[in-house]
Design a protein around this ligand. Structure first.
Ligand code: ZN
Length: 215
């Protein structure tokens, strides 16, 4: 009957003793540990994050208020035949389009690509920059109006390298990926809308596929 108590005491004493030994600076554990990168601190730099939220009033207000832009694809220099992927290399999809969740429309409105912070991000085709600014939970975001009238949104960027009103074509660098705004880690949120308002999204994978591209 008394045995469990005795065992418990013994185990506690053993664990206490081990903790003292492991934590002892005399044995050099603490110094050694400082050289080992802490995985929990490294994580934000590693790709693999996804959106923690997508409907954002600040972004929607900015987009709704943005002046209409002219998209002229008659200019041959701005209209290469081939579209390009938003990132050069194939990237793992960390959250697919229309995954159900606690969002206003009830699903994820874009596709999340696992790319490390600082990865160059490109315009997929001919268009004009509608918005290029901090956009609430989208973080630093760029919105393009494409020559077909669709809107393409790039969210959670680390750096924006285009200004509002700039004309872009497939392959024009619009910035670098990151984890700004509401993101669980570095990734690119790529969204396509038929019109400006939230909820007018279309399948971004199919959109690119129509231009011969696979993510
Ligand atoms: Zn997303």
């Amino acid at each position: 009957m008394d045995e469990p108590n005795i065992r418990g005491t013994t185990r506690r004493e053993l664990l206490g003793g081990a903790a003292v030994v492991l934590g002892s600076p005399v044995l050099g554990f603490r110094e050694d540990r400082e050289d080992i990168p802490d995985p929990s601190q490294e994580q934000p730099e590693e790709p693999g994050g996804s959106c923690a939220g997508d409907m954002d009033e600040e972004f929607e207000e900015l987009l709704a208020a943005a002046e209409d832009v002219e998209v002229d694809d008659s200019d041959r220099a701005l209209a290469p035949a081939k579209w390009t992927r938003p990132v050069k290399k194939r990237a793992r999809v960390t959250m697919r389009y229309r995954v159900r969740g606690n969002w206003l429309v009830g699903y994820h409105t874009g596709v999340d690509l696992a790319v490390p912070k600082g990865t160059p991000v490109y315009a997929v085709g001919t268009g004009t920059v509608v918005l290029a600014s901090w956009s609430g939970s989208y973080g630093k975001a760029v919105t393009l109006k494409m020559s077909d009238g669709r809107y393409v949104v790039y969210g959670h960027l680390n750096r924006i390298s285009v200004a509002r009103g700039a004309k872009v074509k497939a392959g024009t660098r619009i910035g670098s990926s990151g984890a700004t705004g509401r993101a669980t880690g570095p990734h690119l949120h790529f969204e396509v809308r038929a019109r400006r308002p939230y909820g007018s999204d279309i399948d971004p994978v199919k959109y690119l596929a129509r231009h011969g591209l696979t993510l």
